[in-house]
Structures are given as C-alpha cells and as structure tokens.
Design a protein around this ligand. Structure first.
Ligand code: TXA
Ligand code: MG
Length: 319
C-alpha cells in the first residue's frame, strides 16, 4: 500500500532523496521526481510504463527557475506567456538548457516547463530545492488522476502520494511550443486557445504547421483511455445497451436513460464539466455493472476543445 498523506515537508524530502512522489496540481495529479536526477526520472518511466520517446514536463515554483531549464537567450515570447499564465495551466516548450538531463526530454532539444498554481505543488517544489519532472500520475495511455485515490489505484510503486484534494480543472495543461518567436499550440488543455490569443494573437495550431517540423509525442491518437470501451454519443441514439454507463452533460441535456448514469454538471458549464470528466470516467471504469461507457459530446468552445480532444483519444480504438 502506498502511503497517502498531506505532509508537504516529507514529500519534498523524498524528492530530494531521489524518490517518486505523486503531487497534486490544479490540472491533474503528477508523478514527480527530481528533474536533475536521471536515475529518479528513469523510475517515472518504469513505473508509468511510459515509452522512453515521450518526454516529461518539468515543474517549477517561480519564474526565476526558467533560467536553469531553457537555453539562453530565452525568447521574449516565453516571458510574455509566463507573465500571463504562470502560475497556471500552461506548459511552455522551448530550447533546453544543456544541464537538463536527456532522459527528461527523451533526447529532444527542447524541454516542457510548467509552474502549477496549486499551493501544495508550489510548496513541495520550493522545499525540494529543485525542479520536478512529472507526467500525469497514471499508467501510460490510461485516464489521468484527479484525486489521490485515482493515483493509488494504478498500482504503481510510488514512495508517497501527497493528497491535495480534487484537482480544480481536472484536465491537463495546455502545451505550447515557442520556437524562435513562433508559438504553436501542441495540446489543447485547461487554458483555452481564446485566452492564449489575447496574449499571442498569431499563435498557430498544430494543423497549420508541417507535422515533420513539429514533433509532439503526446499527440498520440489513442490515449487517456478507461479500461472499458468508450463511445461518444452522436445524438441519434434511441436507446443504449443494458450494460451501458452513461455520462451526460447535465440532467436536462439528454433524453436517454440507463440505470448507471452520471452528470458532469448542473447546467452545462464547461469548466464544471471538465473538472468532473476524468473522475466520472474513473467511476464508470470501477463500476461492475458497466461494461461500455457512453459519453455525451460537448460544445467545442473554450475548454470544450480539450474535453473533446480527450474523449476522442479515449474512444479512438473503438471508432
Ligand atoms: O497538466 C499537466 O500538464 C499534467 C500535470 C501533472 O502537470 N502533466 C501532464 O503530463 O499531463 P503528461 O506527461 O501526461 O503530458 C505531457 C505532454 C505530453 O503530451 C508530451 O509529449 C508533451 O507534454 N511534451 C513534453 N515535453 C515535450 C517537448 N520537449 N516537446 C514536445 N512535447 C513535449
Ligand atoms: Mg498524461
């Protein structure tokens, strides 16, 4: 049994010692280790069963830490994004400093960096005295954890799970890359493209750049999957199979009924929907009466873009 608790100082001490600690963030829980300790980072890949070609996000506690992670000179675009969205749910990919171990970046010449806004995350990073490499704290390809118990159920060997309650956003950070002065959206996430455009009006989306030019291993088509088949409802369905679990937008959003039903929001608010999505999928995954999961589609505006991105990836193998 992995030890779960709220002891920030212990979590920081374990990170210093090269151990693995699950940390709460406002997006999802991360599986953290000292980013400058390659052996500790190797354990993240091993426990997550993550392919070594998929690089990690490095978490920092203050903007000054960008200095040690990015190569100099750091683009002004990085600083304007950092000023607007750090701390917060934005991850910035930029040329890496030579001191960042290759295992963190899977050998890429860039590194992904994020400063979480969750106070416990920031405090544990600050006390550890280092930067913390952390992917989402789930087995590779599976549902991201939005509660400490979701981390525990993965069965990974984690030295400590720091319990910071339910994740506020419940969906991963938005990942952008800054290459020279050009900014590209690599992964939709908790910060919407509309919010990004207020700071970087010229931001490109991945479809606008040549795929060979921009490699983001996290853009795998199948990902974030529960251990049961998942289908996105088209709106045409008249009835569902007996063993269906239904995840709906809100109580008044759908006429279909099944005995195993969950609502993601009271009235369709997208932020509330996002914060409950992974948790609802975990609940359906654990529910023995459910063998197939059906999810109602949401409007693709704001954080709805990230919600539908995750659902399509979770459903991919069943399309
Ligand atoms: O909200 C989040 O981002 C959470 C919390 C824990 O911070 N973390 C998270 O990590 O979602 P992970 O490993 O599940 O996703 C990181 C994404 C992956 O899609 C990865 O491929 C991409 O970031 N990434 C990391 N380094 C990169 C790099 N140098 N170039 C391009 N993409 C990179
Ligand atoms: Mg992940």
């Amino acid at each position: 049994m992995t030890n779960i608790g709220k002891d920030i100082a212990l979590a920081a001490e374990l990170i210093k010692q090269g151990k693995l600690v699950a940390i709460p963030t406002e997006t999802v829980y991360g599986l953290g280790a000292d980013a400058f300790n390659p052996v500790a980072v190797a354990r993240i890949f091993e426990e997550k069963k993550r392919p070594s070609f998929d690089p990690l996000i490095v978490h920092i506690a203050d903007i000054a830490m960008l200095d040690k992670l990015f190569e100099h000179p750091i683009s002004d675009k990085v600083y304007s994004l950092a000023k607007a969205f750090m701390p917060g749910a934005l991850t910035i990919v930029h040329r890496k400093n030579a001191s960042v171990p290759d295992i963190v970046t899977s050998g890429l010449s860039s590194v992904a960096v994020r400063m979480p806004s969750h106070p416990m995350a920031r405090e544990v990073i600050r006390l550890s005295g280092t930067s913390v490499a952390a992917p989402s704290a789930n087995l590779f390809g599976h549902l991201s954890p939005t509660k400490a118990s979701h981390v525990a159920k993965q069965g990974m060997h984690v030295d400590y799970i720091l319990d910071g309650g339910d994740a506020d956003f419940g969906i991963e950070s938005t990942v952008v890359s800054v290459h020279h002065d050009s900014v590209t959206l690599l992964r939709p996430g908790a910060i919407s493209i509309e919010e990004l455009r207020e700071v970087v009006p010229e931001i490109k989306t991945i479809s606008e750049v040549n795929e060979t030019e921009m490699e983001s291993p996290g853009l795998l088509k199948s990902h974030y999957s529960p251990r049961k088949p998942l289908f996105i409802l088209t709106g045409e369905e008249k009835m569902l199979p007996q063993n269906a679990g239904l995840i709906a937008v809100s109580p008044n959003s759908i006429d279909l009924k099944t005995s195993q039903m969950l609502y993601l929001s009271d009235k369709g608010d997208l932020l509330q929907l996002a914060s409950n999505l992974f948790s609802a999928l975990h609940t359906m995954e654990e529910n023995e009466l459910v063998s197939e999961i059906y999810v109602q589609a949401v409007p693709e505006t704001g954080i709805g873009v990230a919600i539908m991105d995750r659902l399509r990836k979770a459903a991919f193998q069943y399309l």
